[in-house]
Structures are given as structure tokens and as C-alpha cells.
Design a protein around this ligand. Sequence first.
Ligand code: NAP
Length: 606
Amino acid sequence: MTTDLEVGLYIFMLAGFLGYHLITRVPPLLHTPLMSATNAIAAISLVGSLVVAGSDYSDVEYGWVCTLLGFIAVTCSSTNAVGGFLITDRMLRMFKTAEERKGGGEWAGQRALRVLLALFVAVVGLLFWARPAGMGMGEFLREHVASEALRYSYILSAAMFVLGLKGLSSPKWARSGMLLAAFGMFLAVVGTLFDPHIVTYRWIALGFLIGTVVGGTMGLRIPMTAVPQRTALSHSLGALAACLVGISEYFRFGGELSRVTLTALDFQVIVGGLTFTGSLMAAAKLQELLPGRPITYRGQNILSLSLLSVIVGSAVYLVVTQTATPFFYVMVTLSLVFGLLLVIPIGAADMPVVIALLNSYGGLADAAMGFVLMNKIQIITGSLDGTSGFLLSLLMCRAMNRSVANVLFGAFGKVSDEDAAAAGAEAKGTVRSIVAEETAVLLETARNLIVVPGYGMAVAQAQHAVAELASILKERGVDTKYAIHPVAGRMPGHMNVLLAEANVPYDQLFEMEAINPYFPEADIVLVVGANDVTNPAAKSNKSSPLYGMPILEVERAKSIIVLKRSMRPGFAGVDNDLYYNEKCMMLFGDAKTSITKLISEMKSLL
Ligand code: NAP
């Protein structure tokens, strides 16, 4: 075992522990920004891509192939970096308390940004001043600065990434933290440009340009509701970059690589390849380009397992024989197919768990790239990213009371015709409906209101209408709280992001454990497009698929009004016992239309 490898493994493990420590401190409120933040940090694959795109291949037959692969990898990684940091900042900018919304003033990060920029300019000025008379700046940088810049920029950027993730432990510091992380990425990239292997910047510059335009457009334009598919797409780009860099290294060095490097490289291309196609598939399902339901067929698991065995067998063969063989490319192709097979049987609603897992795989592919190139910053960020994705998927599964295996292989959400018929036939009592006019009168008399948002609010895009209704009620002395279930919606922290977008101060949002004791005091609970997260069967019915999932105890309120379009079930595909409760009334219709009607009724009651 070489010393470099030992050091790399220590770094990998320590970064993993540090990641665990940092990520467990991120509140559920910030889980969606966390997903896109780690995604942006995972764009560190850019560092390896730059070296591949800019290296000298004059002694390699068909060396242009390596340059081309490097160029594509730079384009993909810079799209990720720019898009990831921009969308994370867009999200974090929305998280404000009522006080902060009134206050305005200068954001602490602006000062930090000025200090960082001033420092950067000072360093550039100092270098210019220190340059010996008569020596060109390029020569001075190459001869005297390059190796130090490379080393110190990586140390600084690792510290910035850690501080960035630490910032996510509170909405107050999250934006400044992400600014530091973005600066860390900038430093790592600038440092890498000094890498002595880089002899041309032409393809690097072009890749950067395309990546910045594409990533910038995605980061600034994509609506908040499309964050899950953007994150999935981003994972696919990051993983593709890792896979291409690995292919390029094999193409160049083939049989000359040591067994240790070959092991890491096999891992890099296999995990990178399957994450690339798996994430593309996840994005397509979430964007409804492909059917969202789980697609299953006979012998599915056997086929997937056989394919995996062939892939692993090939990897072992390559490491043992240490030869440059086209067999390597067959292994890569099979990994791409395996990624598709892995995600096809999973329903669209389970995609957030899959995305978090793929995020973790992407991180591991990056770390493997770090081992291949012996690049410590990639090992650190890959490990941080791997831990973050894995933890997030575990947290989601725990909140749904399901195992990761059930999500990956359970084909959850695949409702057979018989099941659907049975669900429709089962009647559990009387359902009372109510109209907007009556609801407005009831709200007029309430003193304490709790709003329970769910996936339907996202579908209806009703968050702005909900916020407007709450502010009208506040003016009339009604105390309004929002109850946020950890898995309401379709991604962790989904409701927090939507409500923040509608300018709801985050200090009015209460997590499940905090709000449950308040339900008995609530005069009215307004359930806006939430279903499973309010189903009392989760507490009492052992045969329900929801049994054991902690829920919002809505049924303890004095009265309940549910806004949804029909009696159709939610994600879990089961009837909701709450709707047959005598305190519950259904306001049928699209949530946004219903609330808009409610607002105009409330106004007419003045
Ligand atoms: P849900 O149980 O899926 O129910 C959403 C409800 O919204 C549906 O019953 C639907 O009823 C209604 N709806 C849809 N469009 C609407 C519209 N335009 N206007 C009004 N209502 C509309 O949602 P949830 O209560 O938020 O629970 C989330 C579920 O997703 C949980 O089962 C959770 O385990 C799962 N999940 C969450 C995550 C996550 O990270 N958040 C990840 C994976 C899975 P109608 O069709 O009758 O309108």
C-alpha cells in the first residue's frame, strides 16, 4: 500500500465523519437547499476535468479523444457548479424571519464577499509586485507560484466547503456559508489552472463558457417546483464528468496503471456510469417525460443482479490482468444500462430518495476520481457529498417509516386494478362537504388557525394564495401557524421552499414535533392538498401501508377543512380516515382556485 493511498483513505474516512457531524445538524427546513448545495460542491469533479482537458497528449495515439472527453467533462462540471450555487442562493435568499423581511439592510455575506474579493485582489497585486524585474508574469507564475498555489488553494477550499456546510445548520448563516463554499470552488479551480500538466487552456475556456451559460440559465430560470428534476439532471452531469475522466485515463494509460489505481478507476467509471443514466431516468420521470409509475416485469431482479455480477466480474478481471483491453468499454456500457434498470422499477414519488442516493453515489465516484488522480480535495468533497446523500435518503425513509430496500425494490405506488377497485368500493362513513362562502364565515370566527400544506399545494401552485389568505386573517386577529411534516410534498423540505417563495417567514413554520401539541387548541385546521401526512390510520391501522409513519395530529383540532379535488388517495394509495371524521369538512376543487375564492369571500365579509 502506498503512502499516498493511506493518506487518501484517512482523509476519506475523516471527511465522511465530519460530513455526518455537519449534515445531521442541518434542520429539515433547509433539506432542499442542502440537496442542491451538496450537488454544487460535487462539481469539484471540475478539478480533475480541467487537468484532462488541458493536458498534453502529443505522445498518445488518438490523444484528441482524451481532450474531447476532458472538454465534455469541464462543460458538465461547470454547468453543475454555476447552476448549483445559483439555485441554492436563490432558495436561501427566500428564507427570512418576519423581522428580517421588515428589516432589509445589508446582508452579512455582502461584507464577507467584499473582504474575500479584496483579499483576492491583494494577493494578485502582491504577486505582481513580487515578480523579479524583467520576468514575465506567466513565467513567474509557472516557475515560482504554481506548485504552492495548487497546494494552498486546495487546503483553503476544503476549509471553505466545510464552513459552507456548517452554515447550513441555521437559515441565518446558510447564505453566507454557501458564499464561502462557492469561493472555495473558485479557489480550487484557480489553483488547478496552475497544474503543471495543463499545457493548453483553449478547451478549458470553451467548456467553462458553455457550462456557465447553461448552468447560469438553469440556476436563474428554473422554477422552484422543478428543483427535484434539476437536481437529478445535475447529478447526471456530475457523474458523466467523473465517468468520462475515468475513461480518458484508461484510454491514455491502460495497462500501465497500478492495480490500486485500476480498482479506483473501475469504481469511478462503474458508479459514474450508472449514476449518469439512473439520474437521467429520475429527471425524466419527475419531469413526466416518462411514465411516473414503477415499471416492473418478470425476472427483473434476476436480470439486474446478473448484469451487476458481469460488471463486477469484469472489473475484477481488469484489475487482475492489468491489460489495456476493449473489455473495459463493455463494462462501462453495461454500467450505463444497469443505471437505467435500477431506476425503471421505482415510482416517480419515490424519486427524492433515489436522487439523494444517486447524490451519494456521485460523491463516491468523485472520491474514486480523487484516488485515481491522487487529488485530495476531490477525496474530501466526494466523501462529504457521499455522506450527505446517504444520510438524507435515510432520513426520508425513516420519516416515511420505510426501508431503503423497500424504496429501491418495492415498486411502491404500483396500484393494481383490483386494488384501485377495492379502494373505491370501501366506504367508511359519511363525508361532509363545504363551500367557499361557508368556509369564509367559519374562518371569520376562528382565533387560532393551523395550515397544513401538502403535495397538492405544490401541484396547484397555491402557496402565494395561502400566504395572502394568512395575511388577511392576521389583520383580523387570527393567529396562523404552518404545520410542516418532514415528508410532505415530494422532496425533503419541499413545503419550506414553496412557502419561503411566497414570503412566509420561516419562524411561522413549525416542524411536526413542535406543532402536534398545538392541534387541540386550533379552532380550524386548513389542510391544503395534504393527505398521507394527516392520515390517522398511520397510528391505529396495522394493515395500512402508512402504519408507523409519524403524522400531523390534525384530527385533534376543533374543526378541520380539507382542500383537495376529489376523494382520490395520495402517494401511498390509501383512503384517508380523517375525511370521515365528524369534525372534518371537504372543500372540493383545485387548492389555488378554492383559496382565491375564499380570499374574495373574506374580503366581501368586511
Ligand atoms: P399526498 O399524500 O401525496 O396527497 C396529496 C393530495 O393532494 C392528493 O390526495 C391530491 O388529492 C391532492 N391534490 C393534488 N393536486 C391538487 C390540486 N391541484 N389542488 C388540491 N389538491 C390537490 O401528499 P402529502 O400529504 O404531502 O404526503 C406526501 C407523500 O409523499 C407521503 O406519503 C410521503 O411519504 C411521500 N414522499 C415524500 C417525499 C418527500 O421527501 N417529501 C419523498 C418520497 C415520498 P386530489 O387528487 O383529490 O386533489
